[in-house]
Unconditional design. Structure first.
Length: 309
């Protein structure tokens, strides 16, 4: 069996395509495209076939920026910072305030519904989705994004989720009049609150207030099991040709990668109350244990196959 060529710096030499890069960074492919083309977050070279290829250093940068957007930083302020500046900014970030919510409303009709019903009132009101997409880099950060649209079309899902990531906004509420239920279901599956008209101003204000997280007692830090394989090594294993007919090295490395990303997700996921925080801590611990067990299985495959990383 041919072994992959060893490199002095796998974080630089290992290159992956956009789908794998997005998966390893824990973001959607659509968010990666917007961050790259609109904000120049990364500038990956192209392969001979014209495919963009991302290094492990690119993925490290994307992960750092994702963490900072979750902490409340606007993508427009992060795009051109180097990795050292991003790391320093993440280390110095203060704990998010538990005070008044900052609400961005897309749609003048939704703003009229909320007049006199929301305290404090929306921090910013924009005309429509296109207006919001143009202003996102200057809008700042928001706790809640409220979008009122006349109809839901297939492209709406990607646009709403991309806007949520770019602001970023912790919660999103979409109100619509007409549209396919499948589009509404796709948004709900991504954590968006969706309501069909008629929705009163009182109900809309109640939905916004309900997104405010409750102040909970501190949760003890989760004990993490140290990773056995780096991102670069997992990518290398997914690309190795195996003598095992079922391609176990590739499949097992993909499963471990998914568990690594879920560990990151569960550690960052917002908690609304002590019970919710305890649940996320449990999920993180169980995922860490499962990842450790599968890494042991992967290590045996590496030995049995004589693979070189």
């Amino acid at each position: 069996m041919a072994s992959p060529t060893a490199t002095a710096d796998p974080a630089v030499k290992t290159l992956v395509r956009s789908g794998a890069a997005a998966r390893l960074a824990g973001i959607s492919p659509s968010t990666l495209r917007i961050w790259e083309h609109r904000y120049g977050v990364v500038a990956p070279p192209k392969s001979m076939s014209g495919q963009r290829t991302y290094s492990m250093k690119d993925i490290e940068r994307l992960r750092a920026i994702k963490r900072l957007t979750i902490e409340g930083h606007a993508i427009g302020t992060l795009a051109h910072l180097d990795i050292d500046a991003l790391t320093a900014l993440s280390s110095s970030s203060a704990t998010p305030s538990t005070g008044a919510q900052r609400v961005l409303v897309v749609g003048q009709a939704a703003a009229h519904k909320l007049e006199g019903r929301l305290r404090p009132p929306p921090a910013l009101v924009l005309d429509d989705l296109s207006h919001a997409e143009r202003e996102v880099s200057r809008a700042g950060t928001f706790d809640v994004l409220v979008i009122l649209v006349p109809s839901l079309v297939t492209s709406m899902t990607e646009r709403v989720l991309a806007l949520r990531s770019c602001l970023p906004a912790a919660s999103v509420i979409v109100v619509y009049s007409f549209g396919a239920e499948a589009v509404a279901d796709a948004l709900r599956a991504s954590g968006v609150t969706v309501r069909r008209e008629p929705v009163s101003g009182k109900e809309l204000a109640r939905l916004i207030v309900a997104t405010r997280p409750m102040v909970a007692a501190p949760v003890p830090a989760v004990q993490e099991n140290r990773r056995r394989y780096s991102d670069a090594e997992l990518v290398a294993l997914t690309e190795i040709s195996s003598t095992i007919a079922c391609e176990c090295p590739r499949h097992m490395a993909e499963i471990v990668t998914l568990l690594v990303n879920f560990e990151l997700y569960s550690a960052e996921c917002a908690a609304r109350n002590p019970s919710d925080a305890a649940l996320h801590r449990h999920l993180h611990e169980v995922t860490s244990a499962a990842r450790t067990m599968l890494e042991q299985a992967l290590a045996r495959i590496v030995v049995e196959e004589g693979l070189v990383l």
